[in-house]
Design a protein around this ligand. Structure first.
Ligand SMILES: [Ca+2]
Ligand SMILES: [Ca+2]
Length: 134
């Protein structure tokens, strides 16, 4: 799907974070970075239009944020500076060693469901790839 300056592709098959990022890299893109509320909402609305049960608690998708290089120092895989956050209250908690971030789709309304949680990188999640249109 083309939206604004980007092309998005959704992968419903659950993959580990680094495998998902590898798929995106091979396509010439990255897992999406989210620079502001509008960008987060764009991706969330895309997701909502693609899945059958958008309120399903276990549904989540990776975004390109991780603190694998240094604990608690989160960085976007595409190099975007981290200037905007939308964590679920109490997150990130690094619970048992969580270094990769997904949109959790848990909550009572669209705003809450767009919030972020750090999770174990080797858990499988759906994901989007994003690349700039040229
Ligand atoms: Ca961590
Ligand atoms: Ca967490």
């Amino acid at each position: 799907m083309e939206i604004g300056e980007y092309c998005y592709q959704y992968f419903g098959n659950q993959m580990k974070f680094h495998d998902a990022e590898g798929v995106c890299n091979r396509l010439g893109g990255f897992l999406p970075s989210i620079r502001n509320e509008e960008e987060g909402n764009t991706i969330y609305q895309l997701w909502k239009g693609l899945v059958n049960h958008p309120t399903q608690k276990d549904s989540a998708y990776w975004i390109g944020l991780r603190d694998t290089h240094q604990e608690s120092k989160f960085e976007w895989t595409d190099g975007t500076p981290l200037e905007y956050y939308n964590w679920i209250p109490g997150q990130p908690d690094n619970n048992g060693g969580e270094d990769c971030v997904c949109v959790r789709n848990d909550g009572n309304n669209d705003d809450e469901r767009q919030r972020w949680n750090d999770m174990r990188c080797d858990w499988g999640q759906a994901f989007f790839c994003r690349k700039p249109l040229n």
